[in-house]
Design a protein around this ligand. Sequence first.
Ligand code: SF4
Ligand code: FE
Length: 483
Amino acid sequence: MKTAQEYIESMRSMRFELYMFGEHVTDHVDNPIIRPSMNCMAATYELAEESRFPQYHRLMTATSHLTGNRINRFCHIHQSTEDLVNKSKMGRVLGAYTGSCFQRCVGMDALNALSMVTYDIDRKHGTGYNSRFLRFLKHVQDEDLVCDGAMTDAKGDRGRRPSEQTDPDQYLHVVEENRDGIVVRGNKMHQTGAVNAHEIICMPTRAMLEEDRDYALSFALPGDSKGIIYIYGRQPCDTRKIESPQMDVGNVLYGGQECMVVFDDVFVPWERVFMYKEYEFAADLVEKFASYHRQSYACKSGMGDVLIGASQLIAEYQGTAGASHIKEKIIDMIHLNETMMSCSLACAYEGHREDSGTYFVDALRANVSKLNVTRFPYDIARLAQDIAGGAIATMPSEKDLRHPRIGKYVAKYLQGADGVAVENRIRVLRLIENLTMGMGAACYLAESTHGAGSPMAQRIMIARRSDLETMKSSARRLCGIEP
Ligand code: SF4
Ligand code: FE
């Protein structure tokens, strides 16, 4: 396994074609806007380092079913419900450690979904996708790589199918096929951690019909392959990261990352193609990936731990921690946070073995879990802002605090409870600002709504997976209605 430092060094050899704020970025590893997100990804390596974090070693690593080697859990194919449970717990630990989206789950979820779906396609069509996929997986495990799992297409007119779009590139599709491989064109939106990844794994974004077969594609490529263009996404207050001093950033260590990824006629060798025009399996791959990724949102309980901790701290710093309504609010926050976590754990404990040998989560509970996540972080954030008070939206900057003439007034009038350093109060308020309306809110709130699919996608799955007939028959029996 790579150490965190080795991971960061490995990123230096990636030659991404990357743009940010209208400029070509060539220093992505040391760029101050990008670096906090890379530090976050590096945390997925750091916590797996046994010498540094022995307490997390079992959670962060697993035994490869291919080689028997100890590997990072993010590269692992789940072999038991215990593996699934550990995955949920790992997400919470990392969410709490970074206070951010740490980005590596998308690749893990893509690998696991493909381990099942390539097997199922081969069984029906006699193709060789699974053995190809397993060779790729071995490479990922041996090199301890980060994969970006890329699903969401641009989609154009949402009322039309891929093949009905005026612009055929609105969904990633094949434009050429030859002896050596295929050429693809299109786009993947909202790609979490894309330029912190070694490999990008593309999957279809929706169910496909026969006429959409050119869009039913899955493949993996090194992230810096020719023709892949990355356009960095903005986040609220992102340029605070280039300010000095840094207190106003709120989370001074970590952050998230999203990119728009363009495929401008990119060549994919056959060895890296895992689905090619088997349109009837597109929905299955989407459902498998989405269910795993909805489980992964245990990360938000980890971020919730940070926000609850910050809320308790600010109450103590401001002298309100003893008030009964503050205690009530903290309990409400914990209740919401643990409810999210409980559902993520439940879908893991209720997981089952698929024919390929991979363990899959209980899809109903994974979707219930994520539907909770579309709402509860907003409630937790509201309570945090309530406890924190208006200063989260009105406070002067750190530069004002350090100013020779006005600094003493900023310090005097932002003072809280006796004995609390004013700087500490400001730091916690900035962290709450970060998580509820700043950079961290992109991860904690907007991503909670739309990441791993928007709320309606979960509702559709819940409707499909629920057994209403059995519920009706229970009701009929108890009130004496004959079958
Ligand atoms: Fe992982 Fe959560 Fe980020 Fe998705 S939002 S990649 S589940 S940390
Ligand atoms: Fe996500």
